[in-house]
Structure formats: C-alpha cells, structure tokens
Design a protein around this ligand. Structure first.
Ligand code: NI
Length: 332
C-alpha cells in the first residue's frame, strides 16, 4: 500500500475498483475518496491525527553518573531480560545499544556516557504496525465497496449507505486497534525505562539513603511508624531486591506483575490471597510466593502486617493503575 491505493488491495487495484464501480453505476470518484481515507502516503502528523496515536514513542532519562564498562554490561543484560523479546545488543565502556524487531514494531535502547552523566533513550517505532493497521482498514473499505456493489439494484438499501457505513466502521476499528496498541507500547516503554533506571542505580555509589542508615532495625518499631493502609515502605534494599513493610486492610485490586515474583510474609494477622482459580489464607508466620504473570488480589478483612520481598521498582498494583498505585516507595 506504500504507493497509495494504486497497489493491489485484496487482489484489486484502484483502477479495477473504479471501473467496477462505474460498471455498477457508481461514481468512481467515491472509490477514490474512500481509498484516500486509508492512512498511507500522507505526512506523519496527518497519519497520526487520522489514526489517533503516535507512530513513534520515546522516553529518555539522564542519570547523574558516568557510564562505565561494568554498568553498560549490567544495563544491557537488564534490558534483555526485561524486554521479554529477542534482540541484539552490544555494550562498551562508553555506551550500550540494544535493538529488537517484531512484526509490529522496532524497539531501540541507546545509552551513552556524557560528562558526569549517562543519557539513555528508549524508543518504539511502529511503522510496520501502522502499515498492518492500514491494510486492515483498506480491506474493510474494499469489503464495504464490494458489499455496496452487491446491494446495488437488488434492494432498496442505498449502496452509498452501505459503503459509507462500511468505511466509517473500518476506520473506527482501525483507530480502536491503534489506541489499544498505543497503550501497550507505552506500558512496555515505561517498564523498560524503570528497568534501566533500576539497573543504573544498582552498583552505583548513589544508593538510597536507607542503605547507609540501616545497621540494624526493629520490625515492631518500623511497623509502628506506618499508619496508612496499602502504602508499602522500603525497609531495605538487598542488591536489586526490595524488602518492604506494609499494612493492609480491606480489598486490593486484581493485578499481575508481568516480570516480578512477589513474596508476602505475614507478620501479624491473616491475609487472604486470591487467585483467579483458588484462594489461600496466609496465617501469621506464613509466607506465600506469587509468581510473575499470575493475577492476584490480596484481601485483608482485618488489619494485617506484611513483609514484602520483590525486585526494586515493582509497582504495587502491577499492570493496573488505580488510586492505590504507589509510584514512589518511601524508605522507613
Ligand atoms: Ni502484587
């Protein structure tokens, strides 16, 4: 479809469609106009407006520490494992780059050392995805056109109505598809950026203050400082794993963590851990592991005190955003 609607679409070229339209007694111009609605060959901003979402999403972060060979290797392996897709990459003392291509999009992560800092840019390019979306829309429009020819002269239904609603429907479907995939792509990029941030922090001299300030601590004393429910606090960071303390009461939201296992150790009270196919009561002194990817919902009919063990950067509501989402876990 790169050359516009002159390319074969479902076996018909635009010229063939127009002559078929003329034979059926339609205005061939209508076909031309319908074909022009399919987003291709236009400028990117027009495409983005038409399809209702960006063709390329990008996020960049700067980290106040110069990249060294060690950090570059660590960063590359973190991106590899987090991206959950095959890709190629390389790292050196001055930078790192990783690249992955799928049917729908191209993911790029580049890091390079700047004076006293590291700049990382991650982007997802979706031109292939757009082309597939456009082809889908074009197919829908072609089908509407054929349907319009089908009803011409045989019923009292206006073929223009059939064609018009077919075109509108095809475009609406394409836009809905694009909006959904835009959300997916943004989420993917968010996760990547969080991983990158985490990876750059680990091994860095700029550890969270909690690391230096924690020669010894007392659970009861720490818990007494927590008054809010469902707001985890960072007790300690062990390499790339966080140990958090949280008080729960009531129902949480259903969610899953795509890449993180979570361990819940019940310090006081009892916790009901619901899964889609079963539920488990976790009593005081017991612990439960929620593997990555498994949907779960913690429920606490009465207040329960929990110690959580999970990778740094794990979001408490996983793949869901709600008023319970805590983006920044404060040290305690
Ligand atoms: Ni969870």
């Amino acid at each position: 479809m790169a050359e516009g609607a002159g390319e074969p679409a479902g076996g018909l070229t635009l010229e063939e469609m127009k002559s078929a339209a003329a034979e059926a007694g339609f205005d061939p111009e209508l076909v031309e106009r319908a074909a022009a609605l399919v987003p291709h060959g236009a400028s990117e901003s027009v495409l983005e407006r038409l399809i209702g979402g960006p063709l390329r999403v990008e996020q960049a972060i700067s980290f106040p520490k110069e990249l060294d060979e060690d950090a570059a290797v660590r960063l590359l392996s973190a991106v590899r494992s987090e991206a959950g897709r095959r890709g190629t990459g390389e790292s050196s003392a001055v930078g790192m780059s990783w690249h992955s291509e799928s049917e729908m999009d191209v993911v790029l992560v580049n890091a390079h050392a700047e004076a006293n800092s590291t700049r990382v840019v991650a982007s997802i390019d979706r031109h292939t995805g757009l082309l597939l979306t456009a082809l889908g829309a074009a197919g829908g429009i072609l089908a509407s056109f054929l349907a319009a020819i089908g009803v011409a002269g045989e019923t009292t239904i206006s073929p223009y109505l059939v064609l018009g609603s077919g075109i509108a429907g095809s475009l609406a479907l394409a836009r809905a598809f694009w909006a959904t995939s835009t959300r997916r792509v943004r989420k993917e990029l968010d996760i990547l950026i969080r991983t990158i941030d985490r990876s750059l922090r680990s091994g860095s001299a700029e550890r969270p203050a909690v690391r230096e300030a924690l020669p010894k601590a007392n659970l009861a004393e720490k818990l007494s400082q927590i008054s809010e429910h469902w707001t985890p606090r960072l007790a300690a960071r062990v390499n790339d794993t966080d140990v958090k303390l949280v008080k729960l009461q009531g129902d949480f939201v259903w969610h899953r963590h795509e890449h993180e296992d979570e361990l819940f150790l019940v310090l006081q009270g009892r916790l009901l851990m619901q899964f889609r196919d079963r539920e488990e009561w976790v009593e005081e002194g017991e612990y439960i592991l929620v593997p990555r990817g498994v949907e779960h919902r913690p429920v606490a009919p009465e207040e329960v005190h929990v110690l959580l063990v999970e990778p740094s950067g794990t979001l408490n509501t996983g793949d869901v955003r709600s008023e319970r989402t805590v983006d920044v876990v404060e040290p305690i």
